[in-house]
Write a protein that binds this ligand. Structure first.
Ligand SMILES: [Zn+2]
Length: 437
């Protein structure tokens, strides 16, 4: 059924659309594509006439924009949200995170993934890039909930033999699905995966035609370890192994040299900037403005809910901008518009979509869009709607979410989702995992 969003403040986030950045108008969806974007009442009337059974949604007082794209998270780690905070990194991993993960079943991972996707959809995230285990189990979850995703199969040296068959299974399931879910190969990092196993991952990705993702240069410890072992920076090390290219997302890239940035730009790697995680784990401040000036494509992500502790991209937008201003001493650093581009068009490119196909509102683009309710005290008055969104917007302002032409959230509700039942199942799973021997 065709959809027509009427009387909306439309923010296309499309540089090709030029100024003004917003206009009042109509957006029509047929199948999974946006086929009408207009300020003309006549064009809207013609669309109505051509689709007698369409569903029309009045968006007076609301804003229509592309859905947000979270380019780095570990959605199933919602089960560990606030499980272990305010402790040192090694104690956090050794005493809490890894024991928890060793006890959870694939069904429990899928449950955590469900909670994570629900949180993201309700906050206006229409696409996400994930990195975790049991992704062959999670393809079904992402398909059922209607979100768009790249699911990265995370491996270390210790579990590569279990994970590689999962990659093949997951890729097969994704290929047989809606096309919204893609699979990627995800070595954890250059310091936890050996050079041989990094190359094996690259060869697997090449053979199956998949993207890749990894954590890069997240902490000073990582820089020290990689330099001691290989005599190089993490970026130099990965590049020497032929691991870098436009199909690769590098999460964090906090501690990168000028030469590393030139390499990331030359290879077309997307950097996923995760400011709240970097702050919470005391990783440092990624040089986002310097990377952008060096021509690196930078997108935005939340990281997992152990190091954030939510999957709220609105907070991430605001934090990204404020953190660059704070760290550089320059209030013009990372303006609101550029932060929002990182969370939309840049994220789409990171996921492998062609320019203009996703992350913008444009006739012919995929219909991934959100309706934001502007009738909120913190969003009034409106001198500059982009500033309001980035500096004041909240996940709870998102009213309606469309992915691939289908309404998945309406009036802040996910159709068919019994949230109290989900929370009860999550509580039960967490009780079992934390009390298991
Ligand atoms: Zn991560």
């Amino acid at each position: 059924m065709a959809l027509l969003f009427s009387n909306a403040t439309i923010l296309p986030m499309d540089p090709a659309a030029g100024a003004p950045r917003t206009f009042t108008g109509w957006a029509g969806v047929e199948g999974n594509r946006l086929t009408l974007l207009t300020a003309s009442a006549d064009a809207a009337a013609a669309f109505r006439a051509a689709h007698p059974s369409l569903r029309e949604i009045d968006c007076r007082g609301k804003l229509l924009m592309p859905g947000l794209i979270n380019t780095h998270c570990h959605a199933a780690m919602t089960l560990q949200r606030s499980y272990a905070d305010d402790i040192s990194l090694m104690a956090w991993l050794n005493d809490y995170i890894w024991p928890f993960e060793s006890r959870q079943t694939p069904d429990e991972v899928a449950l955590g993934m469900t909670l994570g996707i629900v949180e993201m959809l309700l906050g206006g995230v229409t696409s996400f890039v994930d990195m975790y285990y049991d992704q062959d189990r999670c393809v079904e979850v992402a398909e059922r909930l209607g979100i768009r995703a790249v699911l990265g199969c995370n491996y270390f040296d210790s579990n590569i033999e279990q994970v590689f068959p999962q990659v093949e299974r997951a890729a097969g399931l994704a290929a047989a699905g809606s096309g919204r879910v893609r699979i990627a190969v995800a070595p954890h990092s250059p310091y936890t995966v050996s050079p041989e196993n990094l190359v094996r991952g690259r060869e697997l990705a090449e053979r199956l035609g998949l993207g890749m993702m990894t954590h890069i240069a997240e902490t000073r410890d990582e820089i020290r370890i990689v330099r001691e072992r290989y005599g190089r920076t993490p970026v130099e090390h990965l590049d020497a192994l032929g691991m870098l290219g436009p199909h690769v997302i590098g999460a964090h890239c906090v501690h990168v040299t000028d030469s590393d940035m030139a390499t990331l730009a030359a290879r077309g790697v997307t950097v996923s900037h995760n400011p709240q995680s970097n702050m919470k784990i005391s990783s440092g401040v990624a040089p986002v403005e310097t990377m952008r000036r060096a021509g690196v494509l930078v997108a935005l992500g939340t990281d997992g809910t152990c190091s954030n502790n939510d999957l709220d991209m609105w907070e991430e937008l605001r934090t990204a901008s404020f953190l660059q201003k704070s760290a550089t001493g320059d209030p013009t650093a990372l303006p609101a518009w550029e932060a929002l581009r990182m969370a939309t068009a840049n994220g789409a490119r990171a996921m492998g979509y062609a320019d203009g196909e996703l992350g913008v509102l444009r006739e012919g683009a995929l219909a991934d869009l959100i309706v934001v309710d502007l009738q909120k005290p913190h969003l009034q008055p409106i001198h500059d709607v982009v500033s309001n969104l980035v500096y004041c917007g909240k996940a709870a302002d998102v009213d309606t979410v469309v992915v691939d032409g289908r309404i998945v959230v309406e009036g802040r509700r996910i159709e068919g989702m019994d949230l109290p039942d989900l929370y009860a199942r999550v509580a039960e799973a967490v009780r079992r995992i934390t009390t298991a021997e």
